[in-house]
Design a binder for this molecule. Structure first.
Ligand code: OTN
Length: 453
């Protein structure tokens, strides 16, 4: 029989979300034209006038970046609405763009559908423009806008409840809004913060620099999300015995700011920066939410798109070949049956290695048959069975007798959906994974070693 799950486990939305690995964020709106990041809600709709807006360009950037999902800011905290909502005049319908007949959310949603990208929506809970903010009428206003967005634009795969400035949004507001989300879009993942903690499928990870913690557990205590100011470390690392399964989504911009500013054209993150971000987010059991701010034309700059494509080329080239493929794999405590050690190197997520129920530790040796040089390591647990392994290290050997530790892969703790480590290249004919602590029998579907180009 298969191992039984231990601790909190992911729901179906969270399993789908983990497989996205990378999501794009698009911050675009009045702030783009007012040249600020946090507009106060007084900028005139006349300012909003993109000259060449083309959401198909956005999605083609994502295609070459290997990004499967995109979240568009429909309304940021300045309150300006990028779609012609029926519930306020502060929107594109009072702008000169397309004579007030335009709808950026529509163009975004259509471009996503045409290119097979999953669309998500950021509808800022905080609103500096609307005088009803914080009152029961605001709850109704926001719920009406949520309904518009979730009824009329096709499937919405994520809703983003930014906690910034949202302290006045109480649990009862979110009870109502979450009901709307769950009713209209059952598969929609909720990025939840502060008082929306009860509905959070994924959590903020405590900073906007792209750095998830080490370890980074998918589990956390709900109070750490609700009272985020005093729980930044918990958000960053998760909590190994946390009572809720709410993994981390790593929001970070490819530029210093969330919105486009010409003067930041020289500060776009390099491919090397993005490569580090990738290891610190996707490689830390988290999902990367990478922001690309469209400019005043309504296009993503060529610099940003080149860097994103560069990241994808590096990912593809590095992970093309698992150098452990074909190894002879031996372990101390196999479960037997279908749960063979070689399942870890068969490039099939559905097959996995498991130990017997009594063994929460193990040593698994991969005899590579010849010397191989590698500088990246990947581990993946069966997330449906909960976090099981809580302590592990990887060593290598050139004779199968004398083992050398990889310092960057020594005394690690969490695995989860994916854990990546990069290090100075080592050459070895054997590699071994030592699991020295766990909550339950091991359940690991991938062990990979790779060489960066
Ligand atoms: O000034 N801020 O609002 C701020 C500065 C730096 C980092 C975070 C924030 S707000 C913070 O944003 C997160 C997303 O990046 C989450 O939405 C949190 O709930 C929110 O408080």
């Amino acid at each position: 029989p298969p191992p039984t799950p231990v601790g909190p486990v992911p729901n179906a939305r969270q399993i789908e979300w983990y497989h996205r690995e990378m999501i794009a964020f698009f911050h675009f709106g009045m702030n783009t034209f007012a040249e600020v990041n946090e507009g106060d809600g007084t900028a005139s709709p006349h300012l909003f006038n993109p000259t060449a807006l083309n959401c198909n360009q956005w999605t083609s950037v994502l295609k070459s970046a290997g990004i499967s999902t995109a979240i568009f800011v429909a309304k940021h905290a300045d309150g300006f609405c990028n779609w012609p909502t029926a519930h306020t005049n502060y929107s594109v319908k009072n702008s000169p763009w397309k004579d007030g007949k335009g709808d950026v959310v529509r163009e975004f949603a259509n471009a996503c559908q045409d290119s097979g990208i999953k669309a998500g929506i950021y509808l800022g809970p905080h609103d500096r423009h609307d005088s009803r903010y914080g009152t029961p009428d605001y709850s109704t206003y926001y719920a009406s806008q949520l309904s518009e967005l979730l009824r009329n634009y096709g499937p919405v795969w994520e809703i983003w409840w930014d906690g910034a400035g949202a302290d006045q949004i109480t649990s009862s507001f979110y009870d109502r809004w979450a009901d709307t989300v769950r009713t209209l879009q059952p598969n929609c993942v909720v990025f939840g913060t502060k008082n929306s903690y009860r509905y959070a499928d994924c959590r903020w990870m405590g900073n906007e620099s792209g750095l998830s913690g080490d370890p980074c557990w998918s589990t956390i205590n709900p109070v750490s999300i609700r009272e985020e100011e005093s729980h930044i470390a918990q958000l960053n690392h998760g909590e190994v015995n946390g009572t809720a399964y709410v993994p981390a989504e790593v929001d970070v911009s490819i530029r210093p700011s969330w919105f486009y500013h010409k003067e930041e054209d020289t500060q776009v993150k390099s491919v090397a920066d993005l490569w580090n971000l990738y290891f610190n987010s996707v490689g830390h059991n988290s999902v990367l939410l990478l922001n690309f701010p469209p400019d005043k034309r309504g296009l993503i700059s060529a610099i940003d798109s080149a860097r994103a494509a560069g990241l994808q080329q590096l990912i593809k080239a590095t992970f093309k070949t698992n150098l452990a493929t074909g190894a002879v794999v031996k372990s101390l405590h196999p479960r037997g049956g279908d749960y063979k050690p070689t399942n870890m190197i068969d490039d099939n997520e559905r097959t996995y290695y498991a130990t017997n129920d009594k063994a929460v530790t193990d040593t698994i040796t991969f005899n590579l048959g010849q010397k191989k040089t590698f500088d990246v390591l990947m581990l993946q647990e069966v997330i449906e069975l909960g976090h099981r392994t809580t302590g592990w290290s990887v060593d290598y050997s050139s004779d199968g007798k004398k083992w050398v530790a990889i310092p960057e892969a020594t005394n690690k703790q969490s695995i989860g959906y994916k854990w990546l480590v990069k290090f100075k290249p080592v050459t070895a004919s054997s590699v071994r994974l030592r699991v020295d602590s766990g909550k339950a029998s091991l359940a690991i579907h991938t062990f990979g070693i790779y060489k960066q180009p």
